[in-house]
Design a protein around this ligand. Structure first.
Ligand code: AMP
Length: 215
């Protein structure tokens, strides 16, 4: 199965994409994770992307499309994929279509996660990553706010540099202006499954699985 998981920053795309990828044994491709990794390793790509990412803007289409092309062509995607954070603009959607056509991939579904703008601002301000195991957690839902609920590490939480209010609001604006219109590109051609993401993680997963016909 080939899926695009779609929705504003902070809606839970990464969390749900991981769960779906594990369940379906397909590859989870997050352009944000690939770019953050390049920034951490200070590669040429990372150097180009850092300032743009810190401000909440979009990295140029040709750069991100190049990354996606390489990944989709690789063996990692031969059993299917879930794209998280791509396409984010109409030109990226056009490029993706060209890549899929070349690879003869016709079955594509979109999962759209929907949520109110102010709920995601609040969520993102409380989002943390665990430096020990890489899990993403939300302080709002943790009883012990200093211990990772996944690996048990103490004081291991870090905050993404772009999870501050000014940048969060910019990312949401960029989403509304550039990314939301991407759905129009797919309407009528691709099945779009809309799910209410203002629920706890298992409930969102349950709704996605039920819409995909998975138990
Ligand atoms: P994310 O982890 O998906 O929230 O992405 C973090 C940041 O990486 C975004 O705010 C953008 O600066 C950049 N980024 C990720 N994916 C894309 C994309 N498809 N096109 C342009 N920029 C992207």
């Amino acid at each position: 199965m080939n899926i695009i998981i779609f929705g504003p920053p902070g809606v839970g795309k990464g969390t749900q994409a991981k769960i779906i990828a594990d369940k379906l044994k397909i590859s989870h491709i997050s352009t944000g994770d690939i770019l953050r990794d390049a920034v951490a390793k200070q590669t040429e790509l990372g150097m180009k992307a850092k300032a743009i990412m810190d401000s909440g803007g979009l990295v140029p289409d040709d750069i991100v499309a190049g990354i996606i092309q390489d990944v989709l062509k690789s063996d990692a995607c031969k059993f299917g994929f879930i794209l998280d954070g791509f396409p984010r603009t109409k030109p990226q959607a056009v490029i993706l279509q060209q890549i899929l056509d070349k690879l003869n991939i016709a079955d594509l579904k979109i999962i759209e996660l929907k949520i109110d703008r102010e709920v995601v601002v609040h969520r993102l301000l409380n989002r943390r990553g665990c430096i020990n195991c890489g899990s993403i957690v939300n302080l709002l839902t943790l009883e012990d706010k200093n211990t990772c609920p996944v690996c048990g590490a103490k004081d291991s939480f870090f905050k993404r540099e772009d999870d501050n209010e000014k940048v969060i609001r910019n990312r949401i604006e960029v989403y509304a202006k550039n990314t939301l219109p991407v759905l129009d590109f797919y309407k009528g051609n691709v099945e779009i499954i809309s799910v209410n993401a203002d629920q706890d993680i298992p409930s969102v997963t349950r709704d996605i699985f039920s819409a995909l016909g998975i138990d």
